[in-house]
Design a protein around this ligand. Structure first.
Ligand code: FAD
Length: 467
């Protein structure tokens, strides 16, 4: 830590009026802090210029999501977790939903807010391209009152915004006029989660009789600000998507962006990826003519059905842990319903080899522990394991100790960790199951563990579809 806490003052008035009055009393002196996921990084690095912080975390006025017939109004203090879990966001604004799912890890999603992402003004911010294509508007508030302005144009340069020093973003409004559009989001980075984008895309499109009737494309990490590709859109609008158009659109996109070299990537690589992402989106859009109607299909499943292969494997992997299972599931796409997905999971799991099963077993922590032996278990898998084992965490010390001893005995006998579908079971029940399975011969026990993993995967798939 390169900052000294005693150099800083922090207040938390707890209501919007007092906060905007404080901001107005000394404009530019008080820095709002919401989830703190950007501010605290600057603080820890000794690079936070402000010395006075005012907390806006958990303010009721900034934490609501209101849905009217014409728009959804998302409080700027809403977290990514809240966005991920909101039914209307998931159904009607899948680009924002995807961005919320792959911003940081679970802890980050519980703290990071949409308002913070906008004001932090990083050109690599994941949610901002979605706001551009959805024609978002911002509501700003200060002692002078509220005013509403289009989000496009809010970022005026690298890390620069139109926000006055005495203003807060109160809400982000999205018009509900994009049902029926094909949507596509993709983040190219070292990983999907826990990694800043090298390039990301959010795009919407609609065809009429095979002709591009409307198209909206935005990219992140290719210019000082998140960029709407208006020239590329113009190139595509009114045309049939064929190889000539793909070439023209790719060129138009590369001409529109202004990427730079930095620690994450080079300008050349970013330009090539940007062209590829635009061409990929157009190809997917053109394939919509031949795809079934997605109406009524779970929004997450619809998105996942269309993801490129590697990304689709990565997304579904935490449900099971075996890469062969993930690849098998991706090969069986598209799925039209949860029931079809669950049935395919059982079939895929049954056909795997013993070493694939072992890979899935190894992705779990021991009962009573929070981390698997794998150093890079996906954050989603870690969170689900914690939920599944909730009762064990709350058990008496003697039961926990007995579980630890019997776990060791199991590993000595079978040479792998004990797998049980722990959801809804008490620690005492799990202990009894563990003791009884110690009597199994190795083949019976392997199949019992595989059956338990099958059940875990089914539960996780259902949670995954809920977002
Ligand atoms: C480990 C880690 C991983 C991350 N991964 C990603 C990622 O994958 N993608 C991504 O886009 N970002 C990522 N981030 C960045 C960060 O989490 C997001 O930008 C987040 O949305 C910031 O929100 P916050 O509430 O934490 O902002 P804060 O840190 O509280 O504030 C950030 C800035 O916004 C201002 N601010 C906040 N709310 C308001 C408001 N309502 N009105 C006016 N000003 C306001 C603050 O004054 C400050 O200047 C990551 C950060 C960390 C630490």
């Amino acid at each position: 830590m390169r900052s000294n806490p005693s150099d800083y003052e922090m207040v938390a008035p707890g209501n919007l009026n007092s906060i905007v009055s404080l901001l107005a009393s000394e404009p530019g002196v008080w820095l709002p802090i919401a989830g703190g996921t950007d501010v605290m990084v600057q603080y820890a690095a000794g690079k936070l210029p402000a010395r006075k912080l005012v907390s806006i975390w958990n303010l009721p006025e900034l934490r609501r999501i209101d849905v009217t017939a014409s728009e959804i109004r998302i409080g700027a203090g809403c977290t990514y977790t809240e966005l991920r879990k909101h039914e209307v966001v998931a159904r009607e604004f899948p680009l924002l939903h995807s961005a919320a799912r792959w911003t940081g890890g679970i802890a980050n999603q519980n703290r990071g807010t949409i308002g913070g992402n906008i004001v932090n003004a990083s050109p690599a911010a994941d949610s901002l391209p979605a706001l551009l294509v959805y024609d978002a508007e911002l509501i700003l508030v200060s002692v002078r009152g509220e005013h509403r302005l289009p989000y496009a144009g809010f970022h005026t340069g690298y890390k620069k915004t139109l926000l006055a020093p005495d203003e807060l973003i109160q809400a982000v409004c999205l018009p509900r006029r994009f049902p029926g559009y094909f949507s596509h989001a993709r983040k190219v980075g070292a990983r999907n989660s826990q990694a800043i984008s090298k390039v990301c895309i959010a795009a919407l499109g609609r065809l009429t009789d095979g002709v591009v009737e409307d198209i909206r494309i935005a990219l992140g990490s290719v210019a000082p600000v998140p960029l709407r590709l208006t020239e590329t859109e113009r190139t595509a609008r009114g045309n049939v998507i064929d190889s000539d158009l793909l070439l023209l659109a790719r060129k138009a996109a590369i001409a529109e962006i202004r990427p730079i070299d930095d620690i994450r990537s080079t300008a050349r690589y970013r330009a090539a990826v940007a062209g590829n992402l635009v061409a990929e989106f157009l190809k997917l859009l053109s394939s919509q003519r031949t795809m079934r109607n997605d109406a009524g299909v779970n929004a997450i499943l619809t998105q996942w059905n269309r993801l490129p292969i590697d990304e689709a494997v990565h997304e579904i992997l935490p449900c099971c842990g075996s890469k062969a299972w993930g690849r098998g599931m991706v090969a069986k796409r598209p799925f039209e319903s949860e029931a079809a997905l669950l049935a395919a999971s059982d079939e895929t799991w049954r056909d795997l080899t013993k070493s694939d099963w072992m890979e899935a077993f190894d992705s779990h922590p021991r009962i009573g522990e929070s981390r698997s032996s794998l150093p890079l278990s996906p954050a989603q898998s870690v969170e689900w394991s914690a939920q599944e084992q909730r009762n064990v965490g709350e058990a008496e010390a003697a039961v926990k100790k007995a579980l630890a001893n019997e776990n060791r005995e199991y590993e000595r006998r079978f040479n792998r960790i004990f797998i049980v579908c722990a959801t809804g079971k008490s620690a005492q029940e799990i202990l009894e199951i563990l003791r009884s399975r110690l009597d199994n011969d190795s083949d019976t026990e392997l199949h019992e563990a595989a059956e338990q993993q099958r059940q875990i995967t089914q539960i996780r798939l259902k949670k995954w579809l809920q977002g």
